[in-house]
Design a protein around this ligand. Structure first.
Ligand code: SOE
Length: 403
């Protein structure tokens, strides 16, 4: 495939380029493309992100994705992309079964890496990735895992408030991530429903997000879990292969669902806070409802992704007669990320989390810093997912998280 020079390469205010090669072009590929396309135009970055190459197996489809999302050239084999010497960073937006292989090859080829969540399909894969990332860090490379919900200004603001002690000692963390796109039993058996491709079901897809977000907000890793999981619909129509968003066209015939449809678990933080988690794609009417509430001795905070410009805050130190939950509109310039965006009250959305992710990664690369969340953080989340599965298999027996 041709390798034309990306139009704006290295020209943005004379900044050195960060030439990105992205593997995958479906839902997450489109979201990451938005991030790369926009970050350098909104934030004053030390490097100029260049959308150099997009890669996918179907030549015509990847060409169309390149045109739609603004990539300068295409590849149909990720190995060729990883070996190109005009690429600085490999962005992995493929299903989980290829994360480890691509990331390890990219790190070995001297590239920085951004990898979509969950980091891998197994703890073994994630361990090898975290190890390779650590070795690569000594050579000046940076590897980040894409837990984008840390980059909602409201969740970053919540983290700030917890770290400042505004909630005091935490007692409860209550998290749910609810979607409903599997309610219809005729929904096709896409890759997200196959263990060999996705690793797990709602657990890895949604549970990984809320485990990362909860640990990020609390500021410590979980100690152990007690879980139940269920697969409600065990057989589904086979897809033809052509996908759109989360769905696909179906053909005749059915196949087995080999992942969980829902995962519920309780957990302990080492500092003593108790947590509950629920991840499901069967919450009829809930489209992308990620909700988290933290209760501490001095106050409480609540966030709902479907109202992502807001935080609810209760300050328990206020006089009882006046206290109560109040809405913080997280659109002020001194809220995280917002000094670069619109005037107060002009809110942001889902896609901006990917712009912020690109921004933070560019800074980490320019400063030679370990990024947050790192591959080591991704491995730790993978260990929690494995403990959830182990606990569910053993009838909810409390399962400590391996360190
Ligand atoms: C599907 O459940 C999905 O697209 C997840 O895979 C993403 O990580 C989440 O951000 C939105 O929902």
């Amino acid at each position: 495939m041709g390798q034309p020079q990306a139009e704006s390469e290295g020209t943005e205010a004379g900044k050195p380029p960060l030439r990105v090669g992205m593997v995958g072009y479906a839902f997450m590929g489109a979201a990451h493309s938005q991030g790369w396309r926009t970050a350098g135009h909104v934030f004053d970055l030390p490097l100029n992100p260049v959308q150099a190459v997009i890669c996918g197996r179907d030549a015509a489809a990847v060409r169309a994705a390149a045109d739609r999302h603004g990539w300068a050239s295409t590849e149909t084999d990720w190995r060729a992309l990883v070996e190109r010497d005009d690429i600085d960073l490999v962005d992995i937006c493929t299903p989980g079964d290829s994360h480890a292989e691509i990331a390890l090859a990219a790190l070995a080829a001297g590239k920085h890496v951004l990898c979509e969540k969950p980091l891998a399909n197994t703890v073994e894969e994630a361990t090898s990735m975290a190890l390779a990332a650590e070795e690569a860090h000594a050579r000046g490379q940076v590897a980040m895992v894409g837990f984008n919900y840390r980059r909602v200004p409201a969740t970053a603001q919540a983290r700030r408030m917890v770290a400042e002690g505004r909630l005091g000692r935490l007692r409860h963390v209550r998290v749910t991530y609810l979607q409903d796109w599997l309610v219809d039993p005729r929904f096709p058996l896409t890759w997200r429903l196959r263990r060999e491709q996705a690793g797990s079901g709602s657990l890895g897809d949604l549970g990984a997000h809320i485990v990362d977000l909860a640990q990020y907000l609390v500021g410590e890793p979980l100690a152990g879990v007690s879980a139940v999981t269920e697969t409600f619909v065990r057989e589904r129509p086979l897809p033809t292969g052509a996908t759109s968003g989360l769905s696909a066209v179906t053909s005749a015939g059915t196949g087995q669902v080999t992942v969980d449809d829902a995962a519920l678990f309780t957990a302990r933080f080492p500092s003593g806070a108790l947590a509950s988690f629920e991840a499901t794609r069967y919450a009829t009417g809930r489209k992308n409802a990620l909700r988290i509430e933290l209760n501490g001795e001095r106050g409480s905070l609540a966030f709902d992704l479907e109202r992502l410009n807001e935080l609810s805050f209760h300050d328990a130190t206020e006089p009882g007669a006046e206290a109560g939950f109040r809405r913080i509109l997280v659109t002020e310039p001194d809220h995280p990320y917002l000094d670069a965006w619109w005037p107060p009250g002009h809110g942001l959305g889902y896609e901006h989390t990917f712009v912020h992710q690109a921004r933070d990664l560019v800074h980490a690369i320019a400063e030679g810093r370990r990024p947050e969340p790192s591959f080591a953080d991704g491995l730790q989340v993978q260990r929690v997912l494995a403990a959830v599965e182990e606990s569910a298999e053993k009838n909810s027996v409390y399962t400590p998280i391996a360190v």
